[in-house]
Write a protein that binds this ligand. Structure first.
Ligand SMILES: Cc1cc2nc3c(=O)[nH]c(=O)nc-3n(C[C@H](O)[C@H](O)[C@H](O)COP(=O)(O)OP(=O)(O)OC[C@H]3O[C@@H](n4cnc5c(N)ncnc54)[C@H](O)[C@@H]3O)c2cc1C
Length: 112
């Protein structure tokens, strides 16, 4: 990415790194978010695991959480398939393996 950038904007060759940071893309075992209540903790609702689309999906996620909190269920769409129970019996290792596989696939396809 650096070399094509310098090719287009040659002055970048003399630029230095001013600061850096790390961001986390929270991915789940099936690459879908976790949205819904934690069954064992009353009033605790999860809205996470959006991976690389958490900003763009923010409005609908917020709406669904608001519907769930205010009405006890959602009207816009059924969020039950996104509940955390779907991972029951799965391990952290499986999640890691899934992530490695999807990364390798993305790199091969050049979509990362
Ligand atoms: C490099 C990069 C590029 C991305 N590009 C896009 C994009 O183009 N489009 C898009 O839709 N999504 C993108 N995403 C994904 C998006 O940023 C995330 O899905 C989204 O930010 C998740 O939102 P969130 O509120 O769930 O978590 P976060 O934005 O991670 O917010 C969690 C907050 O909780 C704070 N926190 C953590 N632990 C504690 C604690 N113990 N006590 C108090 N506070 C705590 C953290 O500091 C953080 O501020 C990108 C992510 C990365 C890393």
């Amino acid at each position: 990415m650096i070399h094509p950038s310098i090719h287009r904007v040659p002055v970048l060759e003399r630029a230095s790194v001013a600061t850096s940071w790390t961001g986390v893309r929270p991915v789940t075992l099936d690459d879908h978010p976790i949205l819904g209540p934690v069954p064992s903790v009353r009033g605790f609702i999860l809205n996470c695991g959006w991976g690389g689309t958490g900003i763009i999906q923010g409005p609908i996620a917020g709406q669904l959480v608001a519907e769930y909190i205010s009405k006890g269920q959602t009207e816009t769409m059924d969020i039950r398939p996104l509940g955390m129970e779907r991972f029951k019996g799965k391990s952290v290792k499986e999640a890691g393996d899934f992530w490695e596989r999807s990364q390798a696939k993305e790199m091969k396809e050049g979509t990362s």
